[in-house]
Design a protein around this ligand. Structure first.
Ligand code: DPP
Ligand code: ZN
Length: 858
């Protein structure tokens, strides 16, 4: 297959002023008639080429005259009409089979309902159309179906609805805002609806409707509340108001993405919408809040202003993630939110950036755009916006964004046009900043310092280097904002935070009037997505761990200490004294009355095995697993009584509340239980069993279950069966039963996981269930995935190939864990590589998996 390149971009030579779609819905034979009002905007004589895949063409007509087969060319991907007038009406009629659509792209059935997913290129499996984001059109949609499909929904406003003969009914929708095809949506089926309304800042009333499976409306209350808070927040923080009179969300069980921002009709994976205390964890509540916000925020950053081509994906995704992260920080506390965001960035994006699948935030070529919905585009994309704000300051940043909304509303545009708005509004040259979009890889920044006590001067030298990545052997220096403050040896702050902008390869700053030997607190708030090494002594990290007023760096100091200890032990040089000292410092941090429980819960979690693997070359997962386990056990023994005491003190919420403070208490008691499982004597096991059995909220039940899997044996098996018996009819909860076992660290876990693929409740056709088991295993069970026999790799490859047969997008997302083969000890790396070769050679492989497996082997 031929790659698509950014440099080949050409505007579409026609404009589609209006698009009228008419659907005759039938599960296995749906008729779609499309009437497009077309006008030539490009050169005379250019052919009209429309995308279309898996469509049975019934007829095609221009201005009402049917074309004969010799007047167009039809292949698997396109309908080309060589000779067309300058302005005309094109009508096509096609038949499609939603019930056979297991790829979950385009129009498909989920739970007996019709639903759609068009981003990125699903619309072309619904009708012939220029399926590219720079073709904006005004849509009218008529839906006709059997009355059993009670609600008939599409984008925009409902214009008309009524009953028809033969038990059928219809609805007509009109969306006044021109939009690209990827934002089209249609839903039809029996649903319950939860309704509310929101009055916008200019006083318009917007009707809000959340549609869910019958009987589940009460579970949508939290999402609806999050929606209203998002609408309000976007008005206050960014001056953005909602534009239609109706905003709808529909939850579906079978969905490739988390959710989708279709204009006026968001469609959500039910796992990111439905929540009640018994069936959703605090993490689910957090995710629901942030994803509801994310999709809503897309209305301005993505829908009103969209992407010219898919290379610009970060234009809407990076910016919208930045916006949802800012919202969550306001809702839940900035420091805790920042730590969680950075943990996720390191786990997913840093790993991606360190392997052969590394790519720029704005890539320059692809085979399948579906493969670029990555942590790099999303999370690193958001980090770039965050740095822009840090460098320009909040006011200039806001002025630049206002200019962007003003200037580009209603357009499909580029990252260049976006950055130009900030350059203009701030008067700064952002040319070198643009390299953040074009250069892959995580910059390594090192900091050295010299303190002259007599002269009271401190000089700090920052140096940067980015290792080569595939296709980019030579790297430029990037502008990196490094926020730095100083502490005294006793933890007092002696100099406030200041942003130092490292622009070239290296920079030395000199600070006068530093009266005592400082502890340097650098990269505060994780001011740039880089790895930082410094010449600080471990003693400095202890000062920061106890007292850094920047809570991100206080947490980071603990992580740095733990990482050092674990890696030393993994390398065969354990520092037992250091380990004791660390456990003691952790104990003191837990006693800090001023720190909030959510923060303490984060302090208690050691760096993940994946995070640790990134810090050594080559990584030996077994040694890391053992060393990390030993440090956990040491902490559990050292702080056993304190952990038990805190666990007891954090009980009793009274009535459940999903708010941040209550969630923080639950997080802390579950972090205690998690650590206690590392020292499984009878009393601890009893405490964990008690925790599990008494759990009223799902967060506690899952915390207990996970700890029991670490303990193993009979209490674990009893809990697993009890949990299954209780929740077997609740798909979202049962997903978690699969995923907790996928993360089982015990020696024979793979046996259990293989058996689960045969379980009557396992269904590879449902992305949530499939990912719970397979992705849970490959990305969160490092020790078992990297089993020396290679059985873990084989299992993953088998699963990728099985699912690729019908859902390439979901299959492709699982390739990344094998892609890191070069970073592991050679014996493992070779086994990983062989599985990639086996995947690549498989007959009938999708473009999606082929692209990633090939790149992973380069
Ligand atoms: N629905 C996905 C998201 O919001 C893709 N746009 O990120
Ligand atoms: Zn998005």
């Amino acid at each position: 297959p031929q790659p698509i390149r950014l440099s080949d971009y050409r505007p579409f030579p026609f404009e589609i002023e209006t698009t009228h779609l008419s659907f005759q819905l039938e599960p296995s034979a749906t008729r779609v008639t499309a009437t497009l009002k077309v006008r030539r905007t490009g050169a005379d004589g250019e052919a009209l080429a429309l995308n279309g895949e898996r469509l049975h063409l019934k007829s095609v007509a221009i201005d009402g005259r049917a074309l004969s087969a010799d007047q167009y060319v039809l292949d698997d991907e396109r309908l080309v009409i060589a000779e067309v007038p300058d302005a005309f009406e094109l009508t096509t009629e096609v038949e499609i089979d939603p019930s056979a659509n297991k790829a979950l792209m385009g129009l498909y059935m989920s739970g007996g309902r019709f639903c759609t997913q068009c981003e990125a290129e699903g619309f072309r499996t619904i009708t012939f159309f220029p399926d590219r984001p720079d073709v904006l059109s005004r849509y009218t949609v008529r839906i006709e179906a059997d009355r059993a499909f009670e609600h008939l929904l599409s984008n925009g406003n409902l214009m008309e609805a009524g009953q028809l003969e033969g038990g059928r009914h219809f609805a007509v929708w009109n969306d006044p805002f021109p939009k690209p095809a990827y934002l089209f949506a249609l839903v039809a089926g029996r649903l319950d609806v939860l309704e509310d309304s929101f009055v916008t800042m200019s006083g318009r009333t917007v009707a809000l409707k959340v549609f869910v499976d019958p009987g589940q409306a009460s579970r949508a209350a939290y999402a609806l509340d999050a929606l209203k808070r998002s609408m309000k927040w976007d008005e206050e923080a960014f001056g953005r108001e909602y534009d239609l009179d109706l905003f709808m969300i529909v939850a579906v069980r079978d969905f490739n993405f988390g959710a989708m921002e279709n204009k006026g009709l968001n469609i959500f994976n039910s796992s990111l919408l439905l929540a009640e205390p018994e069936t959703a964890t605090d993490f689910d509540y957090e995710r629901i809040e942030s994803v509801v916000a994310h999709e809503y925020f897309h209305n301005w950053t993505g829908n009103r202003i969209t992407c010219r081509d898919w290379f610009q994906l970060c234009l809407k995704e990076g910016l919208t993630v930045f916006r949802d992260q800012s919202f969550s920080a306001d809702m839940r506390g900035a420091a805790v939110q920042r730590i969680k965001d950075v943990k996720a960035l390191r786990a997913r994006q840093f790993a991606e950036d360190a392997g052969p699948l590394a790519h720029a935030v704005r890539p320059s070529s692809y085979l399948k755009i579906d493969n670029f919905y990555t942590a790099t585009i999303y999370e690193k994309g958001a980090e770039i916006i965050r740095m822009l704000k840090t460098i320009l300051g909040a006011d200039a940043f806001r002025a630049g964004l206002d200019l962007y909304f003003d200037r580009h509303d209603g357009e499909a545009t580029t990252v260049e046009a976006f950055i130009a708005c900030f350059a203009e509004a701030s008067g700064r040259d952002l040319t070198s900043f643009f390299a953040w979009y074009e250069q892959a890889g995580t910059p390594a920044v090192s900091l050295t310092h010299a303190y002259d006590a007599a002269a009271r001067t401190l000089s700090i030298t920052l140096t940067q280097k980015t290792a080569p990545t595939s296709g980019q052997p030579v790297k430029k220096a990037l502008p990196i904002p490094v926020t730095i403050g100083l502490l005294a040896q006793d933890g007092r702050a002696i100099r406030d935070s200041e942003v130092v902008l490292l622009e070239g390869e290296s920079l030395t700053v000199r600070w006068e009037g530093v009266a005592e030997t400082p502890v340097i607190s650098a990269l505060r708030g994780f001011s740039a997505p880089v790895t930082l090494t410094t010449d600080a002594r471990p003693a400095d990290a202890y000062v920061q761990f106890a007292a850094d007023p920047d809570l991100f760096n206080r947490w980071e100091a603990g992580q740095t200490l733990a990482r050092g200890l674990i890696l030393a032990r993994a390398a065969g040089a354990p520092d037992e004294v250091g380990e004791e000292r660390y456990a003691e410092a952790l104990g003191r941090a837990l006693d800090d009355e001023a720190a909030d429980p959510a923060f303490k819960a984060l302090l208690l979690a050691l760096p993940s095995e994946g995070d640790l693997a990134l810090a050594v070359d080559p990584a030996d997962p077994a040694a890391i697993h053992a060393a990390r386990g030993l440090l956990r056990a040491r902490i559990a023994v050292h702080l056993g009584e304190q952990l038990a005491r805190i666990h007891g003190a954090m009980q009793g919420d009274g009535e459940f509340s999903p708010d941040a403070a209550s969630a923080g208490r639950r997080a802390l008691r579950n972090a205690c239980v998690d650590l206690l499982s590392a020292d499984p004597h009878a009393e601890n096991v009893q405490r964990i069993v008690g925790h599990f059995e008494a759990a009223a909220a799902l967060t506690d039940a899952m915390g207990g279950l996970s700890a029991l899997l670490a303990v193993g044996g009979e209490p674990c098996e009893t809990a697993l069966s009890a949990f299954h018996a209780k929740w077997r009819h609740e798909p979202l909860v049962l997903d978690k039963w699969f995923s907790v076992q996928a993360r089982d660290p015990s020696e024979d876990a793979l046996k259990r996981i293989l058996a689960l693929t045969e379980h009557e409740d396992f269904d590879a056709g449902n992305p949530n269930r499939f990912r719970a088991l397979v992705q849970g295993f490959a990305s969160a069970n490092s020790a078992r995935f990297h089993d020396p026999s290679g059985a873990g790799y084989r299992f993953l490859a088998d699963q990728i190939l099985a699912v690729d047969g019908f859902n390439p997008m979901t299959a492709a997302r699982l390739v990344e864990p094998l892609g890191s083969w070069r970073r592991y000890v050679p014996a493992l790396g070779e086994l990983m590589r062989r599985e990639l070769e086996r995947i690549k050679a498989a007959p009938g492989l999708s473009k999606n998996v082929l692209e990633l497996a090939s790149r992973a082997l380069e």
